[in-house]
Ligand binder design. Sequence first.
Ligand code: SF4
Length: 319
Amino acid sequence: MVAPLLEIEDLQVHFETRRGIARAVNQVDLTLYAGERFGLVGESGSGKTTLILALLRMIKKPGFIAGGKALMEGIDLLQLDQEQVRQTRLARVAMIPQGAMNSLNPVLRIGEQLALAMREHGQPPQEGRIAELLQQVGLRTEVSQRYPHELSGGMKQRVCIAQAISLRPRLILADEPTSALDVVVQRQIMQTLRALQEGLGATVLLVGHDMGLMAQFAQRLGIMYGGKLVEVGTVEQIFRSPQHPYTQLLIASIPSFDRKGEFRGIPGVGLSLLNPPGGCLFHPRCPKAMPRCASQEPQLREVAPQQQASCLLYEEARG
Ligand code: SF4
């Protein structure tokens, strides 16, 4: 049995606005296991990026962590003081950002910025380490002498991956790391990330909405809707037998050769976090909604071995 690496319990991230509180991450429970590749999927505004920013304590005002725990090997990441957060980032939990260009320092050579990050953590790179890191991500060692503007988008993303693995973290959070790249480069980068993850034995939490990419990379998937985790299962379960109506529509909306020319969307519009519906958040759009869905809130519960869904179809009527 693989041990849990990260146990997220009742995580809540809110944003205070003039029109009220927006619950961007709403009572999320999720366990990630050591060495697994987990994909977190959802439409824009579903809370997936906010969730990983909370783990790194990067939520900025007017946002705040309103409650919950994130236990990593027994230590609550949400209770660390500022110095502990600084020590934890990169060394234990690293992030591969969405926009590589914005996260690299434009006036430092690549080798200098990789070394700087390691020095900041009291682990100055030993001779040959920078070259080794660049080679691990498929770059030539001479890239260490270049500035970010001299690299292509794919090369910059590889530098970000090199930085993320430089201190051999246990958990890597990847926020749509290839969304700005063409499909060929995208595939190569995900293969590199997978090889590195397996070599390190690290856990990767990949956030995105590209279901094809998720199917190739992840072993388990979590589906988010309106800040809530509505389904968790293995990749095979989510693609072959999704249980939550939202997941079913999401899978049905993936273009297929069999249904050429026909696009299937999810009915209705995304919910307003400032004015969410009562009961199940998905009920105004759900083709399987029942009268009690408008008033009763479903809980995430086991619907098959290793598969959980939050839907009243799997709950007895209460009261
Ligand atoms: S609880 Fe009701 S509205 Fe929500 S997903 Fe299930 S059937 Fe649909």
